[in-house]
Design a protein around this ligand. Structure first.
Ligand code: DGT
Ligand code: CA
Ligand code: CA
Length: 572
């Protein structure tokens, strides 16, 4: 049982309790517990199984949550969650995906107006009933109305982190069966797309019944939705659905190729096959009735005159032409990353000290980091003013002396304010080794204002990089309205680096934008935005996004040794 699943359960319990108007301490306890689990580098199940160790020692996990974790690890579910789900209609939970609509407002909509679905909420907004509720008003009603399509869309997909955690665990479990010689995930999860609609798992076995029984009995599986001879569809407790397909070895490569997709990529592959007098499907490559290939994906691609194409590129966005020309990029890998330029400490909203972050980064093989706590505008994160920032930098310099083997930059994550000025003045910013400028507030401003803010930041000679440029949160906050052409031109002109933020909620820039940024010659940085020592765990998600953008080691600035990296900075 993965930490992410238990965290998702706790978060859902917190939402449900809050909708029911439960005590806020109780709600917060679940959220804190969830956060601890999300950031924990080792599996709680392992921790539980280790004699002499206790999960209650973890921050935010007391006796009560500890016992609940044990129940989930043991049984795969939490009875309390099942009960709460009975009490709150699923449609009310859907409302939480509307940007800016939290559990309290959802509760009011449910209790006062009896609304239990997004469709009903839409009607009520259109009839003006929502505006009349206490604490809502016309503006809120309008913003809810605009957010409903986003909620409907987001509800159908799952973050790659959630999808991966489920897929990895199920695949590992199926591998235990001796009748299964190979098993792996395909579909959007294998392509490392930022969100997945469902999971597609393929296995080679001559005993498909055994494979399906094993899956059905897995603690993560909530319900078997359909079962045939070689295919089974189940719903997992996280809500994501999973297709298991059992195939013979001779079809494995063909099935892998087919079910990895994307559909758009496959259409071109099929067309190429037809041009060569062949037919490609999930069973193999055929000439007439004769099977000619299909054991491996390499064989399938070779049959249509192509080298193996990395799954991350299979979107029909030019990869087939590049493959044909022998010009596929050698994609960046996690091991190429040498530095991390975005992280927090206890000085703002992080959970670890400067030294702890530096030691943890070093232990992971990083050669340089920038400590970038929040600036003062982010008061809820205890953001720093100039005085505190200078004190903080002093402390960083001290750690820099004491911890060897890693370079530490005195940085700041500086807000670009709603009025397009910087949250800290130039004098203090000019003393920083590294300034990453970001939008946190006013993301809904019209394009003109957003661009004014980004361009002002880019033109500020103290700014080295723009962090999570669009500000989006995949589950509940749409991106700011950016004119990317102007944005990229300006960043390229001024030598400002752009970030791919690896947090699975952000993955910002996205794959398409990161590829565009590369075309302007802008060096990308891939950061974790860690808030504790296990925050570095998210790095692979950022690297995957970069791979989907076709980025190579050379396109990413923080793959360079420190001295070379420094030369990329404006102030160097
Ligand atoms: P998702 O689940 O929405 O995140 O995206 P995928 O890509 O995993 O899509 P899914 O689960 O519907 O199907 C898995 C793969 O199977 C898909 O990427 C390509 C292949 N596939 C499914 N349906 C079709 C189809 O009608 N035509 C073709 N050519 N391929 C298909
Ligand atoms: Ca899928
Ligand atoms: Ca599917």
């Amino acid at each position: 049982m993965q930490n992410q699943h238990i965290a998702a359960i706790f978060n859902e319990v917190a939402d449900l309790l809050e909708i029911q108007g439960a005590n806020s301490f109780r709600v917060r306890a679940y959220r804190n517990g969830a956060r601890t689990l999300e950031n924990l580098s080792e599996s709680v199940a392992d921790l539980l199984a280790t004699p002499g160790r206790s999960i209650e020692a973890l921050e935010g996990i007391g006796k009560d949550l500890g016992a609940k974790i044990a129940v989930v690890v043991e049984t795969g579910q939490l009875p309390q969650l099942e009960e709460l789900r009975q009490q709150v209609p699923a449609g009310v939970m859907d409302m939480l995906r509307i940007p800016g609509l939290g559990p309290k407002k959802a509760a009011t909509l449910f209790k006062e107006l009896g609304l239990i679905s997004l469709a009903q909420l839409k009607e009520a907004c259109e009839a003006g009933k929502v505006a009349e509720l206490k604490g809502f008003g016309k503006k809120t009603q309008q913003s809810i109305l605009e957010g409903i399509p986003h909620a409907q869309e987001a509800g159908k997909r799952f973050l790659i982190s959630i999808a991966t955690a489920s897929a990895d665990e199920i695949v590992a479990d199926l591998k235990q069966l001796s009748s299964i010689s190979q098993v792996a995930v395909a579909g959007s999860c294998r392509r490392r797309k930022e969100t997945c609609g469902d999971l597609d798992v393929l296995a080679i076995s001559d005993n498909s019944a055994e494979a399906m029984d094993r899956l059905a009995a897995h603690p993560l599986v909530e319900k078997v939705l359909a079962r045939g001879e070689t295919k089974q569809r189940v719903r997992l407790r996280t809500g994501i659905e999973l297709d298991l397909r059992v195939v013979p070895a001779a079809s494995y490569g063909a099935a892998m190729q087919y079910f990895t997709g994307s559909k758009e990529h496959n259409i071109v592959i099929r067309r190429r096959a037809i041009e060569r007098g062949l037919k490609v499907n999930e069973y193999g490559v055929f000439r007439g009735e004769e099977y000619v290939a299909g054991r491996s994906e390499e064989e399938v691609y070779a049959a249509v005159g192509l080298p193996f194409i990395p799954p991350e590129l299979r979107e029909n966005r030019g990869e087939i032409e590049l493959a044909e020309a022998g010009k596929l990029p050698k994609l960046i890998e996690v091991a190429d990353i040498q530095g991390d330029l975005h992280m927090h400490t206890t000085a703002s909203d992080g959970k670890a000290t400067i030294r702890e972050m530096a030691e943890a980064a070093k232990a992971r093989g990083l050669k340089y980091i920038a400590i970038t706590d929040h600036s003062k505008r982010v008061s809820m994160a205890n953001g720093l003013d100039a005085t505190r920032l200078r004190e903080h930098w002093k402390a960083i310099r001290k750690v820099r002396e004491e911890v060897t083997g890693i370079e530490i930059l005195c940085g700041i994550e500086c807000d670009i304010l709603e009025d397009a000025t910087m949250d800290l003045d130039d004098e203090v910013l000019s003393e920083a080794d590294w300034v990453i400028a970001v939008l946190h507030y006013g993301l809904k401003q019209p394009r003109e204002q957003i661009m004014q803010r980004l361009l002002n930041a880019i033109r500020n000679p103290n700014v080295d990089a723009i962090g999570h440029p669009t500000g989006r949160m995949l589950s509940n906050r749409p991106p700011a309205d950016i004119d990317f052409t102007t944005f990229f031109k300006a960043a390229a002109d001024h030598g400002v680096l752009l970030e791919i933020n690896s947090s699975p909620e952000r993955l910002d820039l996205d794959d398409v934008q990161a590829a565009a940024a590369k075309s302007y010659g802008i060096p990308i940085i891939i950061d974790t935005d860690s808030h504790n020592t296990s925050g570095f765990n998210v790095l692979p998600y950022g690297v995957d996004q970069a791979r989907r953008a076709g980025l190579t080691k050379n396109d990413v600035a923080n793959t360079r040794p420190f001295a070379e990296f420094k030369r990329l900075l404006r102030k160097s």
